[in-house]
Each structure stands twice: as structure tokens, then as C-alpha cells.
Design a protein around this ligand. Structure first.
Ligand SMILES: [Zn+2]
Ligand SMILES: [Zn+2]
Length: 351
């Protein structure tokens, strides 16, 4: 257990034959509309699950909706304007007004999409919300393990730049109970009494400093996504057998030469040697050869595309993924996990 695969054949050959069921985890942080990068990651998970069922195992895709987010990775984050934007999607209103929260709207969009995929791909799935997972005691106990080994974590995170690391700064961003927004600053952990202290930095909130126990489940903790990725696989049942990542996890993290996926693996290993296998899906390239995504401003909204071009868009993406990614022993060639813009243009019938 605990290898990184880019090629499906290799991933399937390494399945533990003693198991009856294979649980696949995939996480999404669709802070806006679902874009085709998200869709590709979901498709890879679904088709992988179908392939595993064909081999005689039961398999479920657990879609994790990452509804607690850190401010600086969120495109709604406004550092100059009104303090710090809500990043607790569960308490954030649905922008389109059709659901009780932004979080539920996200789940609905993903559900709609998976419904369409299910017409062509035979797989089972369920949803989990990160806000609920991180509120379980087991999760906090595992988090304590990371916080108690914060130096080791920082070494993995920063690589050789670990001089930047402040020993008790942990990568958790507690949500203020008064304004329901999270702090921009990472919390400070006190290993003696297992408390976290944080500051609400929102302009409109008078709640300045607050201290609480790591095990106080009234406090939501937005976490750095590396922590979220690593922990949810191994502390909440069913534990993941395979975690599917989007293609940008094959890229090197900005801080040093280590691939993001390797960092997640090492962070999980702080907790337990029994970590899942990781399968990394392809990265979709934009017109400008950059990674396609909202953060680069070149992302394509899947439902806008479906509205213009019909459901065929999804079926074409499924066909392409089956043929070129999943059932292609040659994939990825030369360590390249990219689907280039020329290819995606044909699939999506766009210019
Ligand atoms: Zn809605
Ligand atoms: Zn506040």
C-alpha cells in the first residue's frame, strides 16, 4: 500500500487481492462553478471504479466536497477590501439562490454531473462534506499527531526552506464563531494543553483573539489542502484504498522540487504507514499551455458548455478518457500527464 501511480494498468495490478471492496476517494474544491478540470478528475475516478468492479470487486467513489477553504487559495478572497471573505461554504449563501447554502449548491452540481456520467459509466458514489469529516473526534486525534510532529510536517512542506517554519504555527485556519469566517493567519498550537489560538481578522467582527481546545468540535477548522487530502483518507471510515488526484498534483509544489502528490504521501505517513494508493489523473492544458483552471482565469465552466453544445460534451469526454487515459497502457508518455488544448478543443467542440 501507499504508492503513487500515473498509469491505470499499474494501479490495477497492485490492488490487494484480499480485499472485497475498493474505496476510491476524490476531493473537489469547486469554490465556483464546476470546470472541466474538475470533471476530468471525476471521470477518471468513475471509470477507474468501473474497471475495478469488472475485476470482481465492489467499489464506491466517495466524493469529498471540500467546503472549508483557506482564504488565500480562494478566488473570492479579497485581501484589500472587506477583511476576509467567508470561506466556510456551508454558512455561505448560495449565489444562485436555489439551495440553503453554497455547499449544497456545489453538491447538487456535482450530483447532476455524476448523474450524466452514470448513463455511460457503471459506478456507485456517495458524498462527504469535509466540514463534517473534520468535526469528528478521530479526525482531531489524527490532527493532533500532525501538530505534535509539526517540525517534521514543516520539513516536508517547506523542504530545505524550513527556517521559515515557526514551530507552533500549524496550518489550520479556525472559523470564527461570531462572523463565521476563517482567519487568514494560521493558528498557534499549544502542545501542553492541546489548544489552538487564533485571531479573527475580519474588519466587521469584534472577536479578536480566541483560544479553544483542538477537540472542541464547535470550531470548524479549515486546513491546508495537503492536510485535508492526507487525513481524510486514513482517519474516517471507510478508509480510502485509492485516492484520485487531479493532474496538478503531479506538478512540483512552488516551495521546492517535490511533486505535490509526494508531499501528501509523506504527510499521511506521519500518521500511519497504512496509507492508500494514489492515482494521478491528467492535467488539462489551456490555450496558453498553462494549466486550465479558475485560478489561471482560463477555466471552462462545464454547465455553460453543456447548455451550448449538449450532453455530448460529457459523453465525448468519457470516450476520450476511456480510450486515451484509462485503457491506454502507454499513458502517460514521457512522464507527461497533460491533455493538450488541441485535443480538448475537439472533444468539447470549441475554438
Ligand atoms: Zn443552488
Ligand atoms: Zn470573526
Amino acid at each position: 500500500m501507499g504508492s503513487v501511480f500515473y498509469n491505470l494498468d499499474e494501479c490495477l495490478r497492485n490492488i490487494d487481492e484480499r480485499k472485497k471492496t475498493i474505496d476510491i476517494n476524490v476531493g473537489l474544491r469547486p469554490s465556483g462553478n464546476l470546470h472541466i478540470g474538475n470533471v476530468e478528475t471525476l471521470l477518471v475516478s468513475c471509470i477507474l471504479s468501473e474497471s475495478i468492479e469488472e475485476m470482481g470487486y465492489d467499489s464506491t467513489v466517495h466524493v469529498n466536497i471540500c467546503d472549508l477553504d483557506m482564504p488565500f487559495v480562494n478566488e473570492n478572497f479579497d485581501s484589500k477590501g472587506h477583511g476576509y471573505t467567508i470561506i466556510n461554504y456551508r454558512d455561505m449563501p448560495d449565489l444562485e439562490g436555489c439551495h440553503d447554502s453554497f455547499s449544497l449548491h456545489m453538491a447538487n452540481e456535482i450530483g447532476q454531473l455524476l448523474g450524466l456520467v452514470n448513463e455511460n459509466v457503471d459506478f456507485n458514489y456517495d458524498f462527504n462534506f469535509f466540514s463534517e469529516l473534520q468535526n469528528k473526534l478521530d479526525f482531531r486525534i489524527a490532527l493532533k499527531e500532525i501538530f505534535d510532529n509539526n517540525l517534521e510536517f514543516k520539513k516536508i512542506f517547506y523542504g530545505n526552506q524550513s527556517k521559515k517554519a515557526k514551530i507552533n504555527d500549524v496550518f489550520a485556519y479556525p472559523v470564527c464563531l461570531k462572523c463565521k469566517r476563517s482567519s487568514k493567519k494560521s493558528a498557534v498550537y499549544n502542545p501542553q494543553d492541546m489548544s489552538l489560538s487564533s485571531k479573527c481578522l475580519n474588519d466587521f467582527c469584534e472577536n479578536n483573539e480566541f483560544i479553544f481546545s483542538l477537540f472542541d468540535l464547535d470550531y470548524d477548522l479549515a486546513l491546508h489542502y495537503f492536510l485535508n487530502d492526507a487525513l481524510r483518507d486514513i482517519v474516517i471510515e471507510p478508509f480510502a484504498d485509492i485516492h484520485v488526484f487531479g493532474g496538478d498534483y503531479s506538478l512540483k509544489h512552488s516551495l521546492n522540487n517535490m511533486r505535490k502528490i509526494e508531499k501528501v504521501k509523506k504527510i499521511a505517513e506521519i500518521i500511519t504507514p497504512h496509507i492508500p494508493d494514489y492515482f494521478v489523473g491528467p492535467l488539462i492544458q489551456g490555450k496558453d499551455c498553462q494549466k486550465m483552471g479558475k485560478s489561471k482565469g482560463n477555466g471552462l465552466n462545464i454547465f455553460e458548455l453543456i447548455e451550448k453544445k449538449g450532453n455530448d460534451i460529457i459523453y465525448n469526454m468519457i470516450d476520450f478518457t476511456r480510450k486515451n487515459i484509462i485503457n491506454n497502457p502507454e499513458y502517460p508518455k514521457n512522464d507527461s500527464l497533460r491533455i493538450d488544448y488541441k485535443q480538448i478543443k475537439d472533444i468539447l467542440k470549441i475554438d
